[in-house]
Ligand binder design. Structure first.
Ligand SMILES: Cc1cc2nc3c(=O)[nH]c(=O)nc-3n(C[C@H](O)[C@H](O)[C@H](O)COP(=O)(O)OP(=O)(O)OC[C@H]3O[C@@H](n4cnc5c(N)ncnc54)[C@H](O)[C@@H]3O)c2cc1C
Length: 439
């Protein structure tokens, strides 16, 4: 089975999220100003922000709300950049786009939690902060710099010493870390469904079970076709992420897919929860192949792992490995029982920041987030709203780029990098005198 075809039903979120709003398949012809394709954060946040601004908007989702990454991710909402430091983003993008994107991305968790509060979304949303921990002493100078970069854009981040990290994470394995108070976590499917409900409460029309098969010009407008109907629109926004199907030539080739498994333990008892992550933070370590955990509402520890090679095909092996890793990290943890285990796909591209592709005049796509889509997808909904409402390209937070295929090496580079990261993680730990985990 292709990774983007893995079912969402086995996920913890499917079992626990608040129910979706009532929606129907598109049948017949509809007219709208803006047609949005994709019922994930990108599409739903676009529909919500457009509807809030009074635009006439209709959204088409192939399956159900949150079917893609947005309903099955690990639920961490971290308002930082993935892989690249802020000065690198400045060099990569140049001004004025760099400052605009940095402002939007670093404020994006506040945007998420503001929407959750304003629309009273039932999605386990907690903004308790994000902790990145050093798995080797050599990582601390780098973290000090990173913490400083986020302070320089106005964030109240701070360094944590070894004792504080042990107290906040429940792990004696770390050498210190840094704290970002604006991070948090959510039930991702609950958040997706809540976004849909919010957009509909503002007048957006949301159709599910309606895969788009083609977007065709129709006079000065666009005709977005599904099996049983079509939507006529002035503008079209594509937010189909790693779950993109072939409705626009070349769009699926603009990224490569990387599989991720997410898993959740049995509920952890109250006494232990006072020791392990007592403040219910998101905890992620500095490994390239990072260990990451948080609780859900029932007190289950949720963690995730990139799947490739043996980790991809052999679920028993992966479960056993991840249990050993988590227990190595958290020695107080009792035997781990992975009661939920599911898969999802990431849309990876070399820049690892969002891309805004102009597919044709009046048609754009935003995808290729390479992870971190909870804040980024929500934030991109605001950028797409500005585009759809007529902001000139030079005023947007990101440059509008022509559609490009991902370089060929992206078909194997993320997997090779992961293998290399693992070796480097172990080497760094050993060089710093640390005892590395099983991997
Ligand atoms: C397992 C996993 C763990 C992750 N963990 C995190 C995390 O902890 N924190 C974080 O910030 N990010 C995380 N991410 C990344 C994040 O989930 C994604 O970046 C984000 O959800 C992308 O949102 P999106 O709206 O762009 O796309 P998606 O959520 O993938 O939505 C795209 C939607 O488009 C629909 N679609 C596709 N083709 C069509 C069509 N032809 N017609 C109509 N609809 C169509 C799909 O069905 C899908 O519902 C994770 C991702 C995965 C897979």
């Amino acid at each position: 089975m292709k990774i983007q075809e893995a079912p969402i039903e086995p996920s913890l979120w499917y079992a626990t999220a608040a129910p979706p709003p009532e929606t129907y398949e598109l049948e017949g012809r509809e007219n709208t100003d803006i047609c949005v394709i994709g019922g994930g954060y990108t599409g739903l946040s676009s529909a919500l922000h457009l509807a809030e601004r009074g635009a006439n908007v209709a959204l088409l989702e192939a399956k159900e709300i949150g079917n893609g990454g947005s309903g099955r991710n690990a639920g961490h909402c971290t308002p930082t950049f993935h892989f690249y430091e802020i000065p690198t983003i400045r060099r990569m993008l140049g001004e004025p786009f760099a400052s605009r994107l940095i402002k939007r991305q670093t404020d994006a968790a506040n945007l998420v939690f503001d929407i959750i509060r304003r629309y009273d979304i039932d999605c386990e949303g907690v903004q308790t902060g994000y902790i990145q921990t050093a798995h080797a002493p050599g990582m601390l100078p780098k973290m000090e710099k990173r913490c400083g970069y986020y302070q320089s854009v106005g964030k109240a981040t701070r360094m944590l010493d070894r004792d504080e990290v042990a107290r906040l994470t429940g792990s004696p394995r770390y050498y210190g870390g840094w704290f970002h108070p604006e991070g948090g976590h959510i039930n991702p499917l609950g958040y997706s469904r809540g976004l849909a409900r919010a957009a509909m409460s503002r007048g957006a029309r949301v159709f599910t079970g309606s895969p788009v098969t083609a977007i065709k010009p129709d006079g000065m407008r666009w005709r977005v076709e599904t099996a049983k109907g079509s939507i006529f629109a002035d503008k079209v926004i594509c937010g189909t992420g790693a779950y993109t199907t072939g409705f626009w030539p070349g769009l699926e080739q603009s990224f490569s897919r990387l599989g991720v498994a997410v898993m959740a333990t049995q509920p952890i008892g109250d006494n232990l929860r006072k020791i392990i992550a007592p403040n219910n933070n998101t905890v992620v370590d500095s490994r390239g192949d990072a260990m990451i955990y948080k609780y859900n509402r029932e007190g289950r520890l949720v963690t995730s792992a990139f799947v490739e090679g043996r980790r991809g095909g052999d679920i028993d092996y992966t479960k056993a490995l991840m249990a050993r890793k988590l227990q190595w990290l958290l020695p107080d943890l009792p035997e781990v029982d992975w009661q939920y285990y599911w898969f999802g796909a990431l849309d990876m591209q070399p820049k690892t920041i969002p891309r805004l592709f102009q597919l044709a005049p009046g048609v754009v796509a935003s995808l290729g987030y390479s992870g971190r889509g909870v804040p980024t997808g929500t934030m991109m909904g605001t950028v797409l709203t500005e585009w759809a409402l007529g902001a000139p390209a030079q005023d947007l937070a990101l440059p509008l780029e022509p559609l490009r295929s991902a370089p060929f090496y992206m078909n194997f580079a993320p997997r090779l990098f992961l293998a290399w990261y693992r070796l480097r993680d172990q080497q760094r730990a050993r060089a710093g005198g640390a005892d590395p985990p099983p991997f």
